[in-house]
Design a protein around this ligand. Structure first.
Ligand code: AMP
Length: 526
């Protein structure tokens, strides 16, 4: 997302006390800071065509802003973003031309979204990294590579060669950390052999990577023996990370929301090391920093940074009434309530629906601390039922407990509503780490069906308005194929999130899933 050199340069000059003091001041005056931030955004972009036609006429107060500027989603902005991408350098969304366009992962809506990315967003990215970094207070190191498989192998190899220097394990999304150590399980003997003989495995064909590694890889049989013995002594790879990297202090990444299903696998690798949650944001821009790094992922909260954007919150509890509820300002949110976030930022997004549901857990000074609940548009629904990504996750968690006796883990999952037959029904796809007994999987299928506790689902199932749930078991490696598909569409591996609910328009992914089903079960729970 951001230039590595500039980031490292900033980190070198980093003063954690100063950053914490600044954050304290900002959050004590969150309401005022929000007004100033809105004023700054509107003044800097006063010439933008998008704002000009909305009739603000120089006004920058929140009330006028609410009156004149509509709440929008990405599709409303597409015509403007397309013009920017076609080279139109007139002030369209922002006063100054937008220098870059970034690509979201595309795993939320099935296709990547193009979004404006400006110098100011780079700065806010740095600010949020610095803020949560100041509270964690540890050094930072990131390695980028071109070919994903080759660079992952070499990343693991370099980690082992410098095992004493590894201070923490990081990837933006937890999924990538799990994936890295799943790969380790497959290639560890090759890695040991490379270290023993000082010769890089032939799977690495990229000459620039080979040249770089050859400078640091020398025969080291003692290290190879040590790694070999440690790995051979582990039971189901529990504690692999601290065994390999005894000086690592924590494992760090986005571990909340759609990453929660990976926590079990991550904890197995992390053993006794704490898991620390990364900040909350999106390709559209950052929102909130994790300033309580000791909280486990299940109770992680994020303090909104009041100066990196102007934030509004639509109360969700009022949504069920007739009229659309009015958004409230940052400091007017209520503890315990759930909201949808609306973002205004310096990169040309005005009152933009981020599409996430958050719950306010408390306040850090006067800025709210949010818990990420779920992405909104991910609904499994046949008719009167409504299940979010979180509901799906809870049902899957419940059913996968039955796998414990089988000593297999759920690697990943997804879902789909099948309407090809009437009535429609839910289909859940599971990829497992090994084989499980037929009877156990049949019971998992029934348990899934029973674990969607939404009243609409249960009543519709009872009267046959929704058909029996189907559990389809996938061949090993299927979700890896899905990730490769997204990468081929231009998504970055570090951004990848498994799509959890697939619409029938997501044909390429449904095709990958359906051609890799090895067994399927139909529920008899109702
Ligand atoms: P992307 O569209 O690829 O930029 O991904 C952004 C989305 O990732 C956000 O809208 C959230 O749904 C999710 N996300 C980002 N940060 C977090 C977090 N800390 N916890 C949970 N979900 C997150």
């Amino acid at each position: 997302m951001v230039g590595r050199e500039r980031m490292l340069d900033k980190m070198e000059k980093f003063d954690s006390e100063k950053v914490i003091n600044e954050f304290e001041e900002l959050t004590k005056n969150a309401g005022k800071v929000q007004q100033d931030t809105l004023k700054k955004i509107l003044e800097e972009n006063a010439d933008a065509e998008y704002l000009q036609k909305l009739g603000l006429n120089g006004r920058t107060d929140p009330e006028s802003y609410k009156q004149c500027v509509p709440i929008v989603s990405h599709k409303d902005l597409e015509p403007y973003i397309e013009r920017i991408m076609d080279g139109d350098s007139s002030p369209i969304l922002t006063g100054k031309p937008i220098p870059n366009i970034t690509l979201s992962s595309g795993t939320t809506h099935g296709k990547p979204k193009y979004l404006p990315f400006s110098e100011e967003l780079f700065e806010s990215t740095m600010q949020i990294y610095e803020t949560s970094f100041a509270y964690r207070n540890s050094p930072n190191e990131v390695i980028f590579g071109s070919d994903f498989h080759q660079s992952l192998y070499c990343h693991l190899l370099c980690g082992l060669l410098h095992y004493e220097e590894v201070q923490f394990i990081f990837s933006t999304f937890a999924h990538s950390v799990v994936q890295a150590f799943q790969t380790f399980e497959l290639v560890w003997e090759d890695l040991c052999s490379d270290i023993r003989h000082g010769i890089l495995n032939e799977r690495i064909t990229d000459q620039s990577i080979r040249a770089a590694i050859s400078k640091i890889l020398k025969p080291n049989p003692e290290l190879a023996d040590m790694i070999y013995n440690k790995c051979s002594g582990l039971s189901r790879w529990y504690g692999l990370i601290p065994e390999l990297f005894p000086n690592a202090k924590y494992v760090y990444g986005i571990l909340t929301g759609s990453m929660e299903p990976y926590l079990k696998q991550l904890r197995r690798y992390a053993g006794w090391l704490p898991l620390v949650c990364h900040d909350y944001g999106a390709s559209e821009g950052w929102v909130a920093a994790n300033v309580n790094p000791r909280s486990p992922p299940e109770s992680a909260t994020f303090a909104v940074m009041p100066h990196i954007g102007y934030f509004e919150f639509i109360p969700l509890k009022d949504r069920h009434g007739g009229s659309e509820p009015q958004p409230v300002g940052l400091t007017d949110v209520k503890v315990g309530e759930e909201y949808e976030i609306i973002v205004t930022n310096l990169a040309g997004l005005y009152r933009y629906r981020l599409g996430d549901t958050v719950r306010v857990m408390g306040f850090y000074n006067s800025t709210p601390e949010l818990k990420f609940v779920c992405r909104q548009n991910l609904l499994l629904t046949v008719n009167i039922d409504k299940n979010t990504e979180k509901d799906l996750q809870l049902a899957v968690e419940e059913a996968s407990k039955l796998l414990v006796s089988e000593k297999v883990d759920l690697m990943d999952f997804s879902s789909h509503v099948d309407r090809t037959k009437d009535p429609g029904h839910y289909v859940i796809f599971w990829e497992l780490t090994g084989d499980a007994d037929e009877a156990v999987l049949k019971e998992c299928c029934n348990c899934l069906d029973r674990s969607f506790l939404d009243a609409g689902y249960m009543s519709a199932r009872k009267v046959g308005m929704i058909g029996p749930l189907e559990l389809r078991i996938l061949r090993k490696g299927t979700f890896h194929k899905i990730m490769l598909h997204y990468l081929s569409m231009g998504a970055a591996v570090s951004q990848f999130k498994t799509p959890r609910c697939l619409g029938s328009n997501n044909k390429p992914i449904l095709q990958i899933l359906s051609t890799n089903v090895v067994r399927s079960y139909v529920s008899t729970a109702y």
